[in-house]
Design a protein around this ligand. Structure first.
Ligand SMILES: *[C@@H]1O[C@H](CO)[C@@H](O)[C@H](O)[C@H]1NC(C)=O
Ligand SMILES: *[C@@H]1O[C@H](CO)[C@@H](O)[C@H](O)[C@H]1NC(C)=O
Ligand SMILES: *[C@@H]1O[C@H](CO)[C@@H](O)[C@H](O)[C@H]1NC(C)=O
Ligand SMILES: *[C@@H]1O[C@H](CO)[C@@H](O)[C@H](O)[C@H]1NC(C)=O
Ligand SMILES: *[C@@H]1O[C@H](CO)[C@@H](O)[C@H](O)[C@H]1NC(C)=O
Ligand SMILES: *[C@@H]1O[C@H](CO)[C@@H](O)[C@H](O)[C@H]1NC(C)=O
Ligand SMILES: *[C@@H]1O[C@H](CO)[C@@H](O)[C@H](O)[C@H]1NC(C)=O
Ligand SMILES: *[C@@H]1O[C@H](CO)[C@@H](O)[C@H](O)[C@H]1NC(C)=O
Ligand SMILES: *[C@@H]1O[C@H](CO)[C@@H](O)[C@H](O)[C@H]1NC(C)=O
Ligand SMILES: *[C@@H]1O[C@H](CO)[C@@H](O)[C@H](O)[C@H]1NC(C)=O
Length: 664
């Protein structure tokens, strides 16, 4: 028995040794794997050692099918080569000997299905057979990954997972991976906190698409978080990676605090203002708001409450309650609104005041307000007193007038009220006109006017002593304490008129003395017009009457006589002064009289001289007449000729005392 076992063991050992010896002769060496992108060309190298030469070996290439079978795709021996027909590789492979003991299988246009094991089998006629294999790995780069976030907001702290978004990467080979990141930190599934679920789809092309969904138990902080996905994939010799864009999510979180405040106006509120109340929580989840004023609900659900044209009744406590739409949690807070007011000013005494001269008065002005006020009194726009009390003393009619008290609230611009007090000061009338007024007139009618001040308003009456014809006086009240009356009076002679203003306090009177100017100058003077002068330094006198009535003639050096015209040369004319009017007239009269007297004297002298000459001539035997004519012509210059207003005859005073016709 034992020998039998020993024998059989020996036989087995021999058989084993023999077999090994035969198979181990040909050694085949191949790479474990070859990696190639889809569509490219793969080269699988088969290296072997054999004692025999090239001629003595056969080379076989086989593939391992999905079911594990080995299927030949190529055969080669010393005599011929053969690509197996009707295999997926029939058209795509070629085998090339690249060395004495090295062949290369080239596969064109590598497909996903080519990812399998390729076997190289070498058979030697004497040494037996050897084989090796290489796994061919095929790769395809996936498309860029995409991300999609949930569109609606998500409520925080709900203790449940909420979907945040999905990422997808398509058409990769082998299957790509998707990793989620939150704020650059990769996310891994954590129970009840994070869940990443992926699903892989094999496309009809055999490529893989991966969809990954992220769900989170959202916290408030996630409102600011930044999410994205990263796709990782393998490529020949390395791994690739690409990122999606980044997304945000809307996180709703309920308020924990609520505030209510007056949004506008930012200054103190006054009656008539529009007040805007604002209510706001520190959360962001949708909520409804309810306002209450002094515990009374106000309509509306918005977080803003507008109160228009507020009055003091709008003062008080405003409460805002917010109710979270999701959690129905209620929060409330309050604010106090005070509406400031300023009532109308009240002046005492309320009625118009009429004061006696010298009397004193204390007036007050008050306006009820919620704030400190300031009061000033104005009269005719000028400030006359500060404070709410006005002390008045009736010193003159000027004390009378309207006193306006203006009450303001310094803290609030534009808050103001005012009221006024009328003060009258009792006073007898005073006429503006002088006690006596002289009126000179050349006209037929004079207009006289009287203007009186006093309180009560004076009435004005006229008294025309001599009962002159008069129209009704025109009486007008100018103000509370002044009046005026105008009278149109017909005058033909001097008159005296009285004007009288009176009220219950007394009266005042004014007198008007009216002097009627008739023809003032009676002295006959030349009225002949048209005097033409040709010498320089001569004043042309166009209206002789004017010359004699208004100017004063101070020097007369030469006077020349032609027919009815007087030419006065080298005349200095001074304007007439009112006081000297009479004097001037007297002087000019005097000059004329003096001239006449001198003339008469000259005549007398002349007469006596002539007589003397006549006598002497007789003695000398000469004609006196000849001498006379000579003498006369030399005296021409001192002859003055005048024509009176009453057209008296021109008098020519000749040396012989005879009348002479005018000479050329
Ligand atoms: C994908 O993830 C799996 C599991 O973590 C890993 O084994 C594989 O290598 C990853 N693939 C890529 C392409 O990163
Ligand atoms: C996400 O939110 C942050 C903070 O609110 C903001 O700065 C950022 O621009 C947002 N990014 C995107 C992609 O919306
Ligand atoms: C109410 O408002 C005040 C001041 O705005 C704040 O200090 C307080 O926390 C608020 N109360 C609540 C319950 O929100
Ligand atoms: C504001 O209210 C007062 C009474 O409260 C009223 O007299 C006034 O006319 C109102 N003004 C406006 C502009 O509505
Ligand atoms: C006060 O005086 C003014 C002006 O004379 C007058 O118009 C007004 O009626 C008077 N008022 C009273 C209450 O007498
Ligand atoms: C008027 O009075 C003036 C001076 O008082 C006097 O010169 C003149 O003659 C008077 N005239 C008449 C018409 O009475
Ligand atoms: C006199 O006046 C006239 C014109 O006014 C002038 O032409 C003439 O030259 C003057 N003669 C002398 C001497 O000034
Ligand atoms: C001459 O004087 C009189 C009285 O002043 C005046 O009425 C007249 O119009 C004057 N004539 C001329 C021509 O100026
Ligand atoms: C007066 O003399 C002037 C020239 O000197 C002459 O033009 C005028 O006609 C004369 N008048 C009379 C009434 O002779
Ligand atoms: C006018 O008279 C003044 C003095 O009366 C004399 O000095 C002057 O020379 C005279 N002028 C002429 C132009 O006669």
């Amino acid at each position: 028995m034992a020998t039998q076992i020993t024998v059989s063991l020996l036989v087995a050992l021999l058989l084993f040794v023999h077999t090994c010896g035969v198979w181990a002769v040909v050694e085949v060496n191949m790479e474990e794997k070859v990696e190639v992108m889809r569509g490219e060309t793969a080269q699988i190298t088969c290296m072997y050692t054999s004692d025999e030469g090239i001629g003595g070996t056969t080379i076989e290439w086989l593939v391992v099918t999905r079911s594990g079978e080995e299927k030949a795709i190529y055969f080669q021996d010393s005599f011929h080569t053969k690509t197996e027909p009707n295999t997926p590789y029939t058209d795509r492979i070629s085998v090339k000997r690249t060395g004495a003991e090295e062949v290369v299988l080239t596969i064109n246009n590598v497909q996903l299905q080519d990812e399998r094991e390729f076997i190289c089998r070498i058979k030697s006629l004497t040494d037996g057979m050897g084989m090796g294999s290489t796994n061919l790995r095929v790769f395809e780069r996936p498309n860029f990954p995409t991300i999609e976030s949930r569109t609606e907001g998500v409520t925080a702290d709900q203790d449940k997972l909420s979907e945040i978004g999905t990422c997808q990467v398509k058409n990769g080979y082998p299957k790509p991976n998707i990793t989620w990141y939150r704020n650059n930190t990769p996310l891994r599934s954590v129970t009840n906190e994070v869940e990443v679920s992926s699903s892989t789809t094999t496309e009809s092309t055999g490529l893989f698409s991966v969809l990954s969904k992220l769900s989170l138990n959202v916290k408030k902080e996630d409102k600011d978080a930044d999410f994205y996905c990263e796709a990782t994939y393998l490529l020949p010799g390395f791994s690739g990676m690409s990122e999606t864009e980044h997304i945000n999510i809307t996180v709703f979180y309920p308020s924990t605090e609520i505030h209510v405040w007056v949004e506008s106006p930012k200054v103190k509120i006054k009656e008539g203002d529009t007040v805007v109340l604002q209510c706001s929580g520190n959360g962001n989840s949708p909520a409804s708001f309810l306002f209450k004023h002094n515990d009374v609900d106000l309509p509306g659900e918005a977080d803003v409450k507008v109160l228009e044209n507020v009055s003091r009744q709008n003062s008080g406590v405003y409460q805002c309650t917010s109710t979270d739409m999701e959690t129905f949690e209620e929060l409330l807070n309050t604010t106090t609104v005070s509406v400031n007011y300023l009532d109308a000013a009240v002046v005492t005494p309320r009625e118009n005041v009429s004061m006696a001269m010298g009397q004193e008065l204390e007036a007050t002005c008050n306006a009820l307000s919620s704030l400190q006020t300031q009061t000033v009194w104005l009269k005719d726009g000028e400030e006359v007193s500060k404070g709410h009390i006005l002390n008045l003393k009736a010193q003159s009619l000027d004390t009378a007038g309207t006193y306006v008290c203006v009450v303001t609230v310094p803290e609030i611009e534009g808050m103001e009220t005012s009221s006024s007090l009328r003060v009258f000061v009792k006073s007898p009338p005073v006429l503006k006109e002088d006690d006596v007024t002289e009126v000179e007139t050349e006209e037929e009618t004079v207009v006289l006017s009287c203007h009186a001040r006093g309180y009560p308003v004076p009435t004005i009456t006229w008294d025309t002593k001599d009962g002159k014809k008069q129209s009704d006086p025109n009486f007008r009240i100018l103000s509370d304490d002044s009046s005026q009356s105008t009278l149109s009076l017909k005058v033909d002679s001097n008159a005296t008129v009285f004007c009288k203003a009176s009220n219950n306090q007394g009266d005042d009177k004014a007198t008007f003395n009216i002097r009627v100017k008739t023809t003032v100058y009676t002295t006959p003077v030349a009225t002949t017009t048209t005097t033409t002068t040709t010498t320089n330094n001569t004043i042309p006198i166009s209206n002789v009457t004017d010359v004699y009535t208004t100017p004063v003639i101070t020097t007369t050096t030469t006077t020349t006589t032609t027919n009815n015209t007087i030419t006065i040369s080298n005349v200095t004319v001074k304007p007439k002064t009112p006081n000297s009017a009479e004097k001037v007239k007297a002087e000019s009269n005097g000059v004329i009289i003096a001239v006449i007297i001198i003339c008469i004297l000259l005549l007398a002298i002349l007469g006596s001289v002539l007589y003397f000459l006549y006598k002497k001539g007789k003695i000398c035997g000469r004609s006196g007449k000849q001498d006379l004519t000579k003498e006369k012509s030399s005296k021409d210059n001192i002859v003055v000729e005048m024509k009176s207003d009453n057209t008296e005859e021109s008098i020519l005073l000749g040396a012989n005392g005879e009348k002479q016709p005018p000479r050329d």
